[in-house]
Design a protein around this ligand. Structure first.
Ligand SMILES: Cc1cc2nc3c(=O)[nH]c(=O)nc-3n(C[C@H](O)[C@H](O)[C@H](O)COP(=O)(O)O)c2cc1C
Length: 258
């Protein structure tokens, strides 16, 4: 693919068809991301990939924690959004407005809808129960400093986007803010390399919200910080995957002085 196509074609996908990614592609993508720059060439990244039964185990544990209303406690601390800068909050408000306008069943693919019909289930009932189980909608409201999510976002997040393969990125303790910059470069290289090979991706805090379930399933040592996760695979036809957010016009964040 042309580089432009890769960069412009990438967007977050929130419902995957669950097909696992072949090991050879995983290796190539991670190897390419490993060419990312880092301070002093420290290369703070480690990657653990969950697929098959291990992925199922993580998803079940996650759904249970969500249903029980367990508050998120990622290794990298979150801060409440009210403490974020003005421009950041304005961008997030625009994003929230877009997601609030999604139809309630936007996270369901046509295949899922057909399955629900076959099981004699009412699609709306399934949405209501999954939605209400998500702690963002509990009495605690903005758990983890996040605002209440609209139904399709809550549903897709709580089932870890139905991904068949997730790449978890960790770093040796103790990481500092410069290491996070290196890891951001690594993560962007991962999504672009994946896109170049025809894969969709989803970077999400939700994947590391309950770190112990991921550590247990992947045997991640205690001296590593679980930083972020990325789903990889193929998008379904669920309308949520058509969501295109607003990216700021360049003049809003670029200054050139000569
Ligand atoms: C570090 C990070 C964490 C994110 N966490 C979540 C998440 O937990 N749930 C979610 O639905 N989206 C999450 N996102 C996706 C963002 O909402 C998305 O990247 C942003 O809206 C821009 O949209 P785009 O990726 O389609 O361009 C996360 C993205 C990043 C980079």
């Amino acid at each position: 693919m042309e580089f432009d196509e890769v960069v412009k074609g990438r967007h977050s996908v929130r419902d995957f068809d669950g097909t696992p990614v072949p090991e050879a592609d995983i290796r190539s993508i991670v190897e390419e991301a490993g060419l990312a720059p880092s301070w002093g060439d420290a290369q703070p990244w480690r990657v653990y990939v969950a697929t098959g039964k291990v992925m199922q185990q993580i998803r079940s544990a996650h759904e249970k924690s969500v249903a029980e209303g367990v508050r998120g406690h990622s290794d990298i601390p979150t801060t409440h959004r009210v403490t974020w800068g003005k421009q950041l909050r304005a961008n997030m408000a625009a994003y929230n407005q877009l997601t609030n306008n999604l139809p309630a069943d936007a996270a369901q693919s046509s295949e899922e809808k057909a399955c629900l019909r076959q099981e004699g289930k009412d699609g709306q009932d399934a949405i209501n129960s999954a939605h209400l189980q998500h702690p963002q909608h509990s009495q605690n409201g903005a758990a983890d400093g996040r605002p209440a999510h609209p139904a399709p976002i809550a549903i897709s997040n709580s089932r870890l986007f139905n991904a068949g393969t997730v790449m978890y990125v960790t770093a040796q303790k103790h990481i500092n803010e410069w290491h996070l910059l290196d890891l951001g470069a690594f993560e962007e290289a991962l999504v672009l390399s994946a896109k170049n090979r025809g894969y969709d991706t989803m970077i999400a805090y939700e994947l590391v919200r309950y770190p112990e379930e991921v550590r247990r399933a992947l045997d991640i040592p205690d001296n590593e910080t679980l930083v972020i996760g990325m789903c990889i695979g193929h998008a379904t036809d669920a309308p949520i995957n058509d969501l295109r957010v607003h990216h700021m016009p360049v003049d809003q964040y670029l200054t050139i002085r000569s």
